[in-house]
Design a protein around this ligand. Sequence first.
Ligand code: 5GP
Length: 188
Amino acid sequence: MNEQRRLLVVSGPSGAGKDTVVKCLRQAHPEIELSVSATTRPMRPGEAQGVDYYYMTNEQFEEKISRGEMLEHVNYCGKYYGTPKSEVDKRISAGITVVLVIEVIGAANIKRLYPESTLVFIMPPSMDELAARLRGRGTEDEATVQKRLARAKEELQEKDAYDFAIVNDDVSRCAQELYDILVARQSE
Ligand code: 5GP
C-alpha cells in the first residue's frame, strides 16, 4: 500500500463539527494520530498549547515558513494556520495513520503534495444548522461568526474537489463513515 493513503485530510466549514467527529473517530481508534497545526489565532478557553494547536506569534510563524518547516499554510480570516512537516512524514513512514483537520486551500495543497492521500469533506445538515452551531458555541463575536458563515458558503462550493463528502447529522455515525472510508482506502 502507498504510505500516502495513511494520510486522512478532513475539511468542512467552521461549525460543521469536524473536530468533534475526528475526536469521536480517535476515541474509537486511538491508533489514529492527529496532526497538530500551528496558528497565530488566540487560544480559546479550554484549549492548550501543543494539544489543540502550536500557538505562536506572526514572527515565529513567518520564521517557520522561511525555514521550510511548513508543509502548507494559509491565511484564514486574518490569522495564519499551517501544518508543520514534523507532524506528518515520519508518522506515515512508520505505518501510523495521521489525520489533518484543515481548511480547503490547505487540503488542496496536501493533495498536490500527496496525491494518494484521502480527502473527506464534512458537511453540516444545513446552513441554518451551521449558523446555530456557530452562535451556540459562543466562542466568537457576531462579526467573526458572520465572517465564518461567509467563508463557509465559499468552502461548501469546494466539496467536489474531495474524494468523499459526508454529512454530519450524527457524530458517531459520521465518525464510523470516516473510519469505513479509511479502511476501504487502505485495503484497495
Ligand atoms: P479554528 O480557528 O476554528 O480552530 O480553525 C479555523 C480553520 O482553520 C478550520 O477550518 C481549521 O480546520 C483550519 N485549520 C486548522 N489548522 C490548519 C492548518 O494547519 N492548515 C490549514 N490550511 N487550515 C487549518
